[in-house]
Write a protein that binds this ligand. Structure first.
Ligand SMILES: Cc1cc2nc3c(=O)[nH]c(=O)nc-3n(C[C@H](O)[C@H](O)[C@H](O)COP(=O)(O)OP(=O)(O)OC[C@H]3O[C@@H](n4cnc5c(N)ncnc54)[C@H](O)[C@@H]3O)c2cc1C
Length: 413
């Protein structure tokens, strides 16, 4: 039986293990932590086929520069004299074009829809908190209304249903909470999970299926013979493997450097916090557009999330930005009793952000047995199952469920 070593036990690593194990491989997952609280745990839990426009898009640079001047704003690039960041910024700028958006839409739509179907199948046997209630993109201002109308048109043209709602229509979807908006775009095809449930159900299932977990073992390098990796080197010694999957989230560019390769990738830090036991809760997961903050009901609780700080792998919590999220909520849901959480109650995570907003998925050119699966940015949870299935298909050399051309890991070489 061939042995696959997966670097990283986030949603991408676990999903890859799920499909590799089903395909008959012996699988070991290596993680530098005891897997319990990475980026795949505290996120907003939204499964978003609606997100077909990549982050690198026209107007994003100008918006980002305006937001940079506001310490509570939802977007920030920590200025650093760092060659990796400068290269990433240049590539982001180069891809913020209409042409790139048009070329990306079919690829993002196809991988998202594939992933949703696979989640539906997984949810038959795994407890994930799966619900199909759609997604509301709430807006208050004319400029956001304009932006949303355009996005809705783009989505409908691509075959993703989007409905423009007036305030009364929004309110009728939310019978238990008052919503004060100018309107919303409703994506009925979106879904949600409870991320901690997804992760713990997958881990339990994988352990029962014979997948080995090597936790608290940092991967420090790779033993190579020519163009093959023969072993994964860790702080607890070297482990022989036949195939390697690098699914190290925001740390993947550091991991890939051990193979003398460069992968443009930055951590996009975000925060979340939970309001417990909410009596009158939100029903439909929502993005508060001007604030770029999210609200997701999870059981009786309500999770708020937001901000994107391009800050490498820095994990410190900036309370100004958390305050920005907290202050925005009552502008949309005026009766929800939200308060600024204590710093130690704030969860933080690093989205692995590629500069063109598309994942990296496929074999590395220079190595015959290394697959990379990262760079999913704001959509990693959504795209986990499809990524895992595609990783397994690549390794087994089977026909692919979809083309991976747009996601080629070496596309910036
Ligand atoms: C605030 C916020 C809200 C979000 N909301 C959503 C959402 O609603 N929907 C959605 O689809 N996505 C969302 N995301 C994005 C999503 O959470 C990420 O894209 C996803 O979790 C990335 O998964 P991953 O497996 O690639 O990385 P991770 O979950 O970060 O896993 C990578 C793992 O690799 C390990 N690792 C790294 N280096 C090494 C090493 N050298 N040796 C061993 N192990 C290593 C790390 O310890 C980590 O466990 C959100 C993110 C944030 C921050």
């Amino acid at each position: 039986m061939k042995h696959v070593g997966i670097v990283g036990g986030g949603i991408i690593g676990l999903s890859s293990a799920y499909y590799l194990q089903q395909a008959g491989y012996q699988v070991t997952i290596f993680d530098q932590t005891v897997i319990a609280d990475g980026c795949s745990y505290g996120n907003a839990g939204m499964i978003v086929p609606s997100h077909i426009i990549p982050l690198a898009q026209p107007g994003m640079i100008a918006k980002g520069l305006r937001w940079m001047l506001d310490s509570k704003s939802p977007f920030y690039v920590k200025p650093r004299l760092n060659a990796d960041l400068m290269k990433w910024g240049w590539l982001f700028y180069k891809h913020s074009t209409e042409k790139h958006v048009e070329a990306s839409i079919p690829a993002l739509r196809d991988i998202s829809l594939l992933s949703k179907t696979l989640y539906q199948q997984m949810a038959d046997t795994l407890d994930m908190g799966w619900h199909e209630r759609g997604l509301l993109m709430l807006f208050k201002t004319p400029s956001a209304a304009h932006e949303m109308q355009h996005e809705a048109d783009v989505a409908n043209a691509a075959g993703i249903e989007a409905q423009l709602l007036n305030p009364d229509q929004v309110q009728s979807l939310e019978p238990d909470v008052r919503v004060t908006v100018a309107g919303a775009v409703y994506y009925p095809g979106d879904a949600q999970v409870v991320p901690t449930q997804v992760m713990s159900s997958l881990i339990t299932h994988l352990k029962q299926s014979g997948v080995t977990f090597k936790e608290a073992k940092e991967v420090t390098g790779f033993t190579r013979q020519g163009s093959r990796v023969t072993a994964i080197e860790t702080t607890a010694g070297a482990f022989p493997v036949d195939e390697v999957v690098i699914a190290g989230g925001a740390w993947s560019s550091e991991i890939v450097k051990q193979l003398q390769l460069s992968l443009p990738l930055q951590g996009g830090k975000g925060y979340s916090f939970m309001l417990k036991d909410v009596k009158q809760n939100v029903r439909v997961p929502a993005i508060m557009l001007e604030a770029r903050a999210t609200a997701t009901p999870m059981g009786g609780d309500l999770r708020f999330a937001g901000t994107m700080e391009i800050a490498g792998t820095d994990m410190s919590v900036n309370m100004n930005r958390v305050q920005g999220i907290a202050e925005s909520i009552n502008q949309y849901y005026p009766d929800i009793p939200v308060q600024l959480p204590a710093k130690n109650q704030v969860w933080k995570g690093l989205r692995p952000c590629s500069p063109d907003g598309l994942p990296y998925l496929g074999r590395l050119n220079n190595y015959e047995n290394v697959v990379i699966a990262t760079g999913h940015g704001m959509m990693g949870l959504s795209l986990g199952p499809a990524t895992g299935k595609l990783v397994a298909e690549v390794i087994a050399d089977q026909p692919l469920s979809m083309s991976l051309t747009a996601f080629a890991p070496n596309r910036f070489d």
